[in-house]
Design a protein around this ligand. Structure first.
Ligand SMILES: Nc1ncnc2c1ncn2[C@@H]1O[C@H](COP(=O)(O)OP(=O)(O)OP(=O)(O)O)[C@@H](O)[C@H]1O
Ligand SMILES: [Mg+2]
Length: 115
């Protein structure tokens, strides 16, 4: 099956720190991959390079066989490449309170919707 998404020899360094160092991968329709690594390993940098939020020093990003390395983030979204952003929740945040309210509410309790 032909690749719908490819990364070829992608490189990005911040000063002397080579964060993305010659990364290549290929995905076909239906493939799923997980990118794992400790804090600071370079996961977000890689995603930023793929989505066009950051320009690589070298290498290519391809969608359906077409290079999008010089296409901006909005242009890549228009070609079907989307991402969700990591959202950090801190105690006191509304979403945190909503999660706690759900967790603390008894199963099947007749409760008003959380605001
Ligand atoms: N704009 C930048 N300028 C300089 N250094 C950067 C920049 N962005 C990231 N780095 C450095 O690149 C390395 C990789 O960072 P990155 O945020 O990609 O890691 P991560 O795997 O997403 O980490 P986390 O699990 O904490 O989200 C870190 O050492 C970080 O300090
Ligand atoms: Mg990250």
């Amino acid at each position: 099956m032909s690749a719908v998404f490819e990364v070829a020899h992608l490189k990005k360094a911040f000063g002397g720190l080579a964060v993305t160092n010659d990364v290549s991968l290929s995905m076909s329709s239906g493939d799923r991959i997980a990118l794992i690594g400790p804090n600071g390993a370079g996961k977000t940098t890689f995603v930023n390079l793929v989505t066009g939020n950051l320009a690589p020093d070298s290498g290519e990003v391809l969608l359906a066989g077409e290079t999008v390395t010089k296409v901006d983030a909005i242009g890549r979204v228009r070609r079907g490449l989307v991402r969700s952003f990591q959202v950090t929740l801190v105690p006191g945040h509304d979403a945190c309170r909503a999660c706690r309210a759900c967790r603390l509410a008894p199963e099947g309790a007749n409760r008003a919707p959380h605001r």
